[in-house]
Design a protein around this ligand. Structure first.
Ligand code: ADP
Ligand code: MG
Length: 342
């Protein structure tokens, strides 16, 4: 039997296959970061990102509202712009609509999509529309700008950096769990306030644009990316991109320092789940993950304080490879890995 695409090493194996056949043109950074970076003019670089959302892979059409789906389609892309420390300037929306989608649904989708894009300064500049004989599919691309050479890359982490994240982790993963139980019980379960809040965190993540711009101005912020697959996966991208043939970087994560919302803690306790493991492994938080010079941590935290929290969760080290998860003095020895397609 022919081997399936999973045998390539999943999503990232496939991306590596593509990458191995491409050479970036001079002055352009293509595949490998949250956005591609291209020179725009004497002051700014252009950053570009695109993300695809497919019915029954990324969302369940009967559960999410048209407005929430539009918001989320834009937000996950804006989050990649934030991860570069860039300012959104425009976006493109391509959509494949099953024929039974109602005019009212389409109207609500577009109203919400334009509202979030306007809120973050990304004018809708074009796109493409087709019918679909299968699932609803949405592809968004967002363009942004950043002062020349100042985009924050995954490849800039240094030994001794503090690893930080914005906001709280794991809420979206718990929200997805609530959504899946609600769908399997055909909506018969009444959600309490915590569960409702977690579902909102899953459907309406906050793109950290303002936070990314503030962090982008700090020299001490070295590497940055957004958390879409859980830090157990995403931090590995930073470690890999920042290692060289002479210095292999690793990380220590202190699980007791993970920022957990009170709602996630209560919901996890009530449902027999481990909030810390959800925070490490579940995807779609769309918070920023960054490494910074320890001397700039207080400055960065104070700059962000009016907007959101910034929490130190670990350090970059050259003394071991990969991520070591520490609970106090003990190293966790269970398998901890983030989300992956395939
Ligand atoms: P993110 O989660 O930030 O959107 P991904 O993990 O999806 O990033 O992608 C990692 C990198 O691989 C990005 O630079 C992205 O542009 C690139 N990439 C992903 N899929 C493809 C593809 N099918 N063709 C070319 N580049 C791709
Ligand atoms: Mg990203």
């Amino acid at each position: 039997m022919a081997e399936k695409v999973a045998s390539l090493g999943g999503e990232f194996g496939f991306i590596n296959l593509i990458r191995s056949r491409i050479t970036d043109p001079a002055g352009i950074r293509g595949i490998g970061d949250d956005c591609a970076v291209l020179p725009m003019n004497s002051k700014s670089d252009l950053v570009v990102t695109t993300d695809l959302l497919i019915e029954d892979v990324h969302f369940i059409l009967d559960d999410i509202t048209a407005a929430q789906l539009a918001y989320k389609s834009a937000a996950v892309n804006l989050s990649d712009i934030a991860a570069m420390g860039a300012r959104p300037i425009g976006c493109f929306l391509s959509i494949a609509l099953p024929k039974d989608i109602t005019a009212r649904w389409a109207d609500q989708f577009i109203e919400s999509f334009i509202a979030i894009c306007d809120r973050f300064g990304a004018t809708l500049l074009g796109g493409d529309t087709t019918s679909s004989k299968g699932p609803l599919a949405i592809n968004v691309a967002v363009l942004g700008k950043v002062p020349c050479g100042r985009s924050k890359l995954r490849s800039s982490a240094r030994e001794g950096d503090i690893i930080c994240c914005t906001g709280t982790l794991g809420d979206s993963g718990a929200g997805l769990d609530v959504v899946l139980s609600r769908v399997s019980s055909a909506g018969s379960t009444k959600l309490d306030a915590d569960a409702e809040w977690l579902v909102r965190r899953h459907y309406e993540p906050t793109p950290r644009i303002q936070e990314g711009l503030l962090l982008g101005e700090l020299e001490g912020v070295h590497a940055m990316m957004d958390i879409s697959d859980g830090i157990a996966s995403d931090l590995n991208h930073i470690l890999k991109a920042s290692s060289t043939s002479s210095v292999q970087l690793g990380a220590d994560i202190h699980v007791e320092q993970l920022p957990l919302s009170s709602k996630l803690r209560r919901w996890s306790a009530a449902n027999g789940k481990d909030a810390k493991i959800i925070a490490l492994t579940a995807g779609e938080d769309y918070e920023l993950l960054l490494t910074l010079d320890p001397k700039d941590f207080d400055l960065a935290r104070n700059l962000l304080a009016p907007l959101c929290s910034l929490t130190a969760i670990g350090e970059i080290t050259a003394s071991h490879k990969g991520i070591r998860y520490m609970d106090g003095d003990h190293e966790l020895n269970q398998e901890i890995s983030g989300f992956t397609h395939f």
